[in-house]
Design a protein around this ligand. Sequence first.
Ligand code: KMH
Ligand code: ZN
Length: 275
Amino acid sequence: MSKLIITAALVGAEVTREQTPYLPLSPREIADEARRVCEAGASIVHLHMRDASGVSSQDKDLFAEAISYIRAETDLIVQVSTGGAVGMTAETRVQPVSLSPEMASLSTGTVNFGEEVFANPLPMVRTFARACHTYGVKPEIEVFDSGMVTSALALVREGLLREPLHFNFVLGVPGGMAAAAKNLIFLLDLIPPGSTWTVSAVGRHQLPLNTLGILLGGHVRTGLEDNIYFTKGVLAKGNAPLVERITRLARELGRPLAKPEEAREILGLKRREVL
Ligand code: KMH
Ligand code: ZN
C-alpha cells in the first residue's frame, strides 16, 4: 500500500459558526487552520471561502489571500472547490481555478443534497474540466453517486479528463450514496486501474469510512466540512483533532503518512517550485 494522504476539508460551504464555534471563516483563520492540520499530518487542504458575513463565496481574491498565506507558511497541496454552494452559477464556481492551484474538486454529476439540488449538468462539468486543463490544475473527481464515475469516464473518452484519475467518494450525503462499506467497495470496482482514491463521509459516518479507506489502501478526507463532531454530541475543537485521530489510526494500522511532497508524487503533481 502507498503512504496515506490525508486531506483536510477545513470549512465547506454549509457549516455555520452557530453550529460550531471552531469553524475558520476569514482567509487568515483558514490559513491558520491549514498550518495546524499540516502539523497534524495532512498533506492536502480542500478549500472553500466565506465572505465577511460568513456566507459561502467563490471570490477569487478571498482564495488568493488564503492561498498566499498557506503557501508561505506550509508546503501543503491546495485544492480549491469548484462545487461552492448549491445554487451558484458556473461562472461563480470556476473563479478560483484561474489562480492555478495544484488541485480543484470536480463533481461530475447532479445529486439531491438534502432538500436542495447540487446541480452539475455535463456542460457545466466540461467548463470546469477545461478550466482545470487551461490552468494546469489536477481535478479531484467528487463522487456522490455511482453515475458520477460513469460520467467521469465519458469525459476521459472526450479528452477532457486525463488518466490516471483521482476520485473522492463522498458518502452519506442525504440524496447521494449511503455511507456503507459495500457501497465503497462497489465504487472501487468501477474506477480504472491505476486511479487513486480517497474517501469522505458525512457526520457520524466519517470515522468508520475513513478507517475503511485506510485499510483498503485508499486515502482519507476528514474535516469540519463533512463532520463537526469528534464523538457523539461532542464538537471537534477544530480540524486538527480530526486529522490527529487519523494520524494515530494510520500509525496503528500500518499506513505511514505521505508528506505533501510524497503526496505530489502519488498523485502525479509537479513538484512545487520553491517561493
Ligand atoms: N458544498 C457542496 C454543495 C466541492 O467542494 O466540490 C459542494 C461541495 C463539493 O462542497
Ligand atoms: Zn467542498
